[in-house]
Design a protein around this ligand. Structure first.
Ligand code: ADP
Ligand code: MG
Length: 464
């Protein structure tokens, strides 16, 4: 069944297995993917054959590996007819000496591009392919793998908690040798996010935000300095974007529902009545009294486009203060990374393909940056075959069209969050124009026609 191992003959075509570790290291450096070395005895070791048949040649594994791993086969055939070249035998012996000194077969070892061992495992009877992939993923480019593959993970130093906060999937990671410190910091970050949620949520009756909304047109409300400052910053973004970003969009929240419950468009009258309430100029701040006043009755504010970014910034800050020098917070697609990954390489963030959201079509290296994506593929209303995104154009009261996703890259997650939403409203031309004028901020847009547009200085990596 398994004949010549040499020349990649035993593996399916279309997926590259290297026989030379040095070549593999070069590839790993280029792609920033880890190397998976598989030690096996192809013609004498039963579990090795099983591993190959059930896992390594499955389409699921191949699909994953072709994007995320550099594969090296180190075979030790017993039968004469399968013998490798002397050169290859010496090469494999040397690999085994370094990475598999006890001669465990099969053995899968993960290395970085310098040849440093990252981890490893053998054949596991009770493992499904997805379990292997989940394990490999923990060494792979962070944030680049689709959900599920990337759930709870804990390697030597990387500790991650995945949970639902602010109505979204959050992922909080700390890279830290001291396990206790890592979990303490992660929990403190999560507590901070929860605290912010309680402060800014407009659907929690007892939040200060709800109080501001209740008192619209009636009287100013004294609020916490933190909320006051957040509203102040939101108004700055409104000015910068000429009103494309407007937290008073929320008066339309009663008119549009983006949870799949809407079957027909709201009436023109309902839209017109609500849109008349949207105007950031009517959000009156008073520094002296630290009060917020929505001038008109029926006005409402909401932080859907800025809150997660703010929470991500804060969680990072809290964790840094506790001594976490390397970490990542993914707040429902709003990411902020600092320091490096466990293997010493910079964080890499995949950009999802808007057509198939589990697929990644390009990636960015980030050094102390945040990457925030707003897309119309998660929350939307489908009415008569048209997809209405959950971002509202404050001028018309209608959901915006024209773009599938907007990604903004800048050091500040809150600003990136707000700008991603703004660019959705501004559209391609005006959106990119704005970003090109802002220092240290870049963006990437996917149009409805699946064209990719970027700001002037964006350095993007594509899969070949
Ligand atoms: P996501 O929540 O998917 O990350 P965004 O950051 O773009 O996406 O935020 C979208 C949310 O922003 C909407 O669900 C809504 O709460 C709010 N929003 C919609 N339109 C506007 C707007 N023009 N200005 C400010 N906030 C908006
Ligand atoms: Mg946003």
């Amino acid at each position: 069944m398994l004949t010549s191992f040499y020349a990649h003959a035993t593996f399916a075509e279309g997926i590259q297995w290297y026989t030379d570790i040095e070549v593999a290291k070069q590839e790993a450096e280029k792609t920033q993917n880890p190397i998976l070395v598989v030690f096996s005895g192809s013609d004498w070791c039963k579990p090795c054959m099983k591993l190959k048949q059930e896992v390594l040649t499955s389409s699921e594994f191949e699909e994953y590996a072709s994007q995320n791993l550099i594969l090296v086969e180190a075979d030790f055939p017993a039968q004469k007819k399968n013998r490798l070249s002397d050169e290859q035998t010496a090469h494999n012996d040397k690999l085994a000496e370094t990475y598999n000194p006890n001669g465990v077969f099969p053995s899968m070892i993960l290395l970085d591009h310098t040849g440093k061992k990252l981890g490893g495992m053998g054949y596991k009877k009770d493992f499904e392919i997805k379990d292997y992939i989940a394990y490999f993923s923990s060494f792979s480019k962070m944030g680049m793998n689709s959900e599920g593959m990337n759930s709870e993970k804990e390697t030597n130093k990387t500790h991650t908690k995945v949970l639902k906060l602010m109505g979204s999937r959050f992922e909080v990671s700390a890279i830290q040798e001291d396990e206790q410190l890592a979990w303490d910091a992660i929990n403190a970050g999560i507590a901070e996010i929860t605290r912010i949620e309680n402060l800014i949520s407009s659907w929690k009756e007892d939040s200060e935000t709800s109080e501001i909304n209740r008192k619209a047109g009636i009287e100013p409300v004294k609020v916490d300095k933190e909320l006051y400052d957040l509203i102040h910053r939101a108004l700055r973004v409104s000015k910068l974007t000429d009103g494309a970003f407007d937290i008073s969009f929320a008066s339309l929240e009663k008119v549009w529902k983006f949870d799949g419950s809407m079957t027909e468009l709201p009436s023109k009258e309902a839209i017109a009545a609500s849109v008349a309430k949207i105007n950031y100029h009517n959000i009156i701040l008073d520094d002296e009294t630290q009060t917020v006043f929505l001038k008109e009755e029926g006005m409402r504010i909401g932080f859907g486009a800025i809150g997660k970014g703010y929470a991500a910034n804060r969680a990072k800050k809290i964790m840094q203060e506790m001594g976490i020098e390397n970490g990542l917070v993914n707040a429902g697609g709003d990411l902020i990374g600092w320091g490096e990954q466990e293997d010493g390489t910079v964080w890499k963030i995949g950009i999802a393909d808007p057509q198939e959201k589990d697929k990644i079509f390009s990636w960015l290296s980030i050094v102390n940056q945040s990457v925030v994506t707003s897309g119309n593929y998660e929350k939307f209303a489908m009415i008569d075959g048209t997809r209405y995104a959950h971002i509202i154009d404050p001028r018309t009261g209608m959901p915006v069209t024209g773009l599938k996703s907007v990604t903004v890259i800048c050091p500040d997650a809150e600003l990136a969050d707000a700008l991603a939403t703004s660019i959705f409203v501004l559209g391609e031309g005006a959106g990119i124009n704005l970003v090109n004028q802002l220092k240290g901020i870049e963006c990437l847009l996917v149009t409805d026609e699946n064209e990719i547009k970027t700001s002037e200085h964006l350095a993007l990596n594509y899969y070949e």
